[in-house]
Design a protein around this ligand. Structure first.
Ligand SMILES: Nc1ncnc2c1ncn2[C@@H]1O[C@H](COP(=O)(O)OP(=O)(O)OP(=O)(O)O)[C@@H](O)[C@H]1O
Ligand SMILES: [Mg+2]
Length: 489
């Protein structure tokens, strides 16, 4: 920056700098930010045209070219490159009141060609590094630039550099966000919800309708039926997909902790509150808040939750100030929440707030037609389609009752994939509770097969801990290692 700068500026100029500073935080789009920043510079200095040039490696690229009337300049290449290069080389500002008679530039082709009269150009310096140039010119006698303009423009360039840095960082984040959203979109698109049964279609029909709205949705269904999957689908394919999806497992916290998780707290609100903390409601602002295991919320927290749902307002613990958030609520439970109300464990008013739309996701045994599709889906997921299932094994899966629903089916397939060494999963590869009855009708298994399965089960039940697994099997760790190798596990 030029020495003694700020003090010498007029009130009007300071005001303009202040406007730039404000803009830095309000505009997220880099191109728009740069254009507006240039407009302010042009207006304040009374220039005819303004260029913002950024350096990318050795390349000089004109990012913004603006005219007096806040419009883009038609021929942005009509700029004095001689002067730009001078600024880039020396990292010092250049001011010339009359370029045509200035011995430094009078020979420059562009000056003559484009009839440029007065030019002021200042370096944009970010963390000590030259990143670009702000260049203003005037081609008529109307305005010839002065030292004072240079002074203003230098302060201005310092602010602009910060603005650019901010906007670039934000742009990068935004790109990363878009990329992640793409990944999530794939993961949570319609294809991720497998099944064609009438029961599931009815659920999806409701889901497609509610996902476009903001109404609170309560998802009821047994464990493992896909409640969270559907909650995510609603969020990631609905209008709030650009906002956050924030899940909380209400059963995982004791009362006071749940409260501070939900609403946040102020520093000093309780021992251990060493700094202010945002609650998940605030984290979910603009997006969807997924209250999982909602029946587990203790009475004290139910009251506070009701208030947020009624008024959209809440307070952080230990704070008097009210905060407002814009969140869409989806809740889930594997109980019948109405029973919890009758039993007096859940507030009726809160229940009505949460279940504006209630969707019951039927258990897998009520939609057995989905089983083959799900099996195929999980086989594809786990083996890339390398393993198939025999009709007999599929039949056993169709007949089983699935108390753990789709999650149990998913685990069963992953178990079978491990148990099966060739590319056909048969009944004998299924867990005993499913294969049980069928297995007796089969020809006896070899000792090797039985041994292999025993090892797999021991490893599975000890989470892969070989020492513990060996103990369980009553063999030495060394023997276990040998057998693992032998069976290619
Ligand atoms: N229709 C479906 N298509 C594909 N995968 C599914 C389907 N339904 C459930 N799943 C899968 O089954 C598993 C369990 O689903 P999810 O976690 O959504 O169940 P949940 O109802 O929330 O269970 P819980 O009550 O135990 O929390 C997940 O891995 C999920 O991806
Ligand atoms: Mg769940």
């Amino acid at each position: 920056m030029v020495q003694g700068s700020i003090e010498a500026l007029t009130k009007e100029e300071l005001l303009q700098l202040y406007r730039v500073a404000r803009k830095i935080n309000s505009i997220e789009d880099l191109k728009q930010l740069l254009s507006e920043v240039m407009d302010i510079a042009i207006e304040t200095v009374g220039a005819e045209r303004g260029f913002l040039v950024l350096l990318e490696g050795d390349e000089i690229s004109v990012r913004v070219a603006r005219g007096m009337d806040k419009e883009d300049v038609e021929n942005p290449e009509e700029i004095s490159y001689t002067i730009l290069k001078e600024v880039v080389k020396t990292k010092k500002p250049v001011l010339t009141a009359n370029a045509k008679s200035d011995p430094r530039f009078s020979g420059a082709q562009s000056v003559l060609l484009y009839n440029i009269l007065s030019i002021v150009a200042v370096p944009l310096i970010k963390k000590g590094r030259l990143v670009g140039v702000i260049y203003l010119d005037s081609r008529t006698q109307k305005r010839t630039f002065t030292e004072h303009d240079l002074l203003f423009l230098s302060s201005f360039a310092d602010l602009a550099a910060i603005a650019i840095e901010n906007a670039e960082a934000r742009e990068k984040l935004e790109l990363e966000n878009i990329r992640l959203r793409g990944v999530l979109g794939e993961k949570f698109g319609r294809a991720s919800i497998v099944g064609k049964s009438k029961a599931l279609m009815e659920v999806m029909e409701m889901v497609e309708r509610v996902k476009l709205t903001d109404v609170p949705v309560l998802l009821e269904g047994e464990s493992g039926v896909g409640k969270e999957l559907i909650a995510r689908y609603i969020h990631f394919t609905g209008p709030r997909r650009k906002g956050p999806f924030v899940p909380i497992y209400c059963g995982a916290f004791p009362e006071t902790l749940l409260e501070s998780e939900l609403f946040g707290y102020k520093k000093g609100a309780f021992t251990g509150a060493v700094e202010d903390k945002k609650g998940l409601f605030e984290e979910a602002d603009g997006g969807t808040f997924f209250l999982d295991e909602v029946s587990e919320i203790p009475a004290g927290v139910q009251v506070k939750l009701l208030r947020v749902l009624e008024e959209g307002k809440f307070r952080r613990l230990g704070e008097t100030k009210e905060r407002q958030v814009d969140v869409r609520i989806i809740s889930a439970t594997n109980r019948i929440l109405e029973h919890e109300v009758t039993e007096g464990r859940f507030r009726q008013d809160l229940y009505y707030r949460l279940k504006v739309v209630k969707i019951r996701i039927p258990p897998l045994r009520e939609r057995r037609e989905d089983i083959p599709l799900l099996v195929e889906h999980f086989l594809e997921l786990f083996t890339g389609g390398e393993k198939k299932i025999t009709p007999r094994a599929l039949e056993a899966l169709m007949e089983y009752d699935w108390p753990g629903n789709v999650r149990e089916l998913e685990n069963t397939i992953s178990y079978a994939v491990v148990m099966c060494r060739d590319d056909k999963i048969d009944v004998k590869h299924l867990p005993p509770e499913i294969s049980g009855e069928v297995i007796h009708t089969e020809k006896p298994r070899t000792l090797r097969e039985i041994e292999r399965e025993a090892i797999i089960q021991a490893l599975a039940s000890t989470g892969g801990n070989k020492k513990k697994a060996a103990e369980l099997l009553g063999i030495s760790t060394k023997t276990l290692y040998n057998k693992i190798k032998e069976y290619g596990l």
